[in-house]
Ligand binder design. Structure first.
Ligand code: GDP
Ligand code: ZN
Length: 354
């Protein structure tokens, strides 16, 4: 079978092997999703598709359903009539997962198979290291590689200090500074847009994500594709979320990424806070709680100015959230006895859950 187009979309040899086990099915990549309908690129063109009845019936976890970025196996290509039917999702290279709305606390897939994630943050109003720390955890957890993109550098007098601040918490991640006005840094951005690689954008609204995407793709890339009234009278818009760039490479900007919360972030936390975690081995006691034990390496590092108190507090806060999401029910029960000092953020979360 010919996979020239799908390879441009990032199909790997491992995925081709996996696909070859299923006879008579075509490979496609999910470009966007609107409720149960997926827009899928295939070797012969783009079509709409839905999962098979069997798939729907047998799939227990929400996160096993296809999402934007997934490679799927379908039984129809463009030549046939009707929607394509999705029978299988190929193994994912990476996955952004969020907690679904409601009390069930189910995991929901937001994006799959992202190679690089641009964490966008503007050099002026939106510059927030605490939020960046959180984003870094999420991105490492997803299995994609974070790159910090500081936008609107034309609005900042002292960009060097911003770079240094990010570098101090980045554990070696790439940091770019860009301006849509002067086009500074756009070459650096382009170096990540290589054939077969998918870049996702993460960041608050207003930091300049659409501006960057529109420049990379061409003007109308992010315009909504028409507004329709569905039978409940609500407006639904479909947008192209994953786009192939003229230069090769792909970009994804999906609204779901803005609602990502913390969810089982153990590994991401370890990776994002490597600088903090290296001290743990150096504490005198194996079971050091880093509160008031003698010979605590964390204590010493903070005293000696090697580790900032702020950084340590960020770590503790995110660690608490992680424990909280894992033991949610226990947490709710023990709320009053055990967590007297829960942060404001967790209190909000708790109130929502009650
Ligand atoms: P998004 O919500 O992240 O997609 O942000 P937009 O791309 O819509 O940009 C928000 C606003 O910031 C718009 O008014 C842009 O013109 C402006 N903007 C974007 N990039 C830059 C930049 O590099 N410098 C300046 N000064 N303004 C920018
Ligand atoms: Zn210690």
């Amino acid at each position: 079978m010919n996979y020239d187009i799908m390879k441009q979309y990032g199909l790997t040899d491992a995925m081709i092997n996996e696909a070859s086990l299923a006879e008579g099915l075509f490979v496609g990549r999910v470009l966007s999703q609107s409720k149960d309908i997926y827009r899928v690129a295939t070797e012969t063109g783009t079509l709409f598709a839905e999962v098979s009845g069997k798939y729907r019936f047998q799939t227990r976890r929400l996160s096993d359903f296809p999402a934007v970025g997934d490679f799927v196996l379908l039984d129809r290509d463009l030549g046939d009539s009707g929607n394509g039917i999705i029978h299988q999702v190929l193994s994912r290279k990476s996955a952004f997962i969020r907690k679904a709305a409601g009390k069930s606390a189910q995991e929901q897939l937001v994006l799959a198979n992202i190679d690089t994630t641009f964490i966008c943050m503007s050099a002026n109003n939106d510059f927030n290291l605490k939020r960046l720390e959180r984003y870094l955890v999420l991105v490492w957890e997803s299995g994609s590689t974070p790159v910090v993109v500081i936008t609107k550098i034309d609005l900042c007098e002292d960009i060097d200090s911003k770079f240094r601040a990010v570098d101090a918490i980045g554990n070696g991640v790439d940091i770019l500074g860009i301006s849509a006005l002067t086009k500074e840094g756009y070459d650096d951005v382009m170096s990540y847009m290589t054939p077969g690689k998918t870049v996702a954008l993460l960041g608050s609204s207003g930091v300049g994500k659409s501006t960057l995407i529109n420049w990379l793709v061409g003007q109308d890339a992010l315009e909504t594709q028409g507004v329709r009234n569905d039978d409940r009278g609500r407006h639904t818009t479909t947008r192209r979320e994953l786009v192939l760039l003229p230069s090769g490479g792909m970009l994804v900007d999906t609204p779901g990424m803005r609602e990502l919360g913390m969810w089982d972030i153990d590994e991401g936390l370890d990776r994002a806070f490597q600088d903090v975690e290296t001290y743990f081995d150096k504490c005198r006691f194996r079971d050091c709680t880093h509160t008031n034990e003698p010979g605590c390496a964390i204590y010493d590092a903070i005293r000696d100015g090697e580790l900032s108190e702020k950084r340590w507090q960020s770590y503790l806060k995110l660690k608490t959230e992680d424990a909280y999401s894992e033991n949610r029910d226990d947490y709710l029960k023990k709320k009053n006895e055990k967590f007297k000092n829960i942060s404001k953020h967790n209190k909000v979360k708790y109130n929502k859950l009650k």
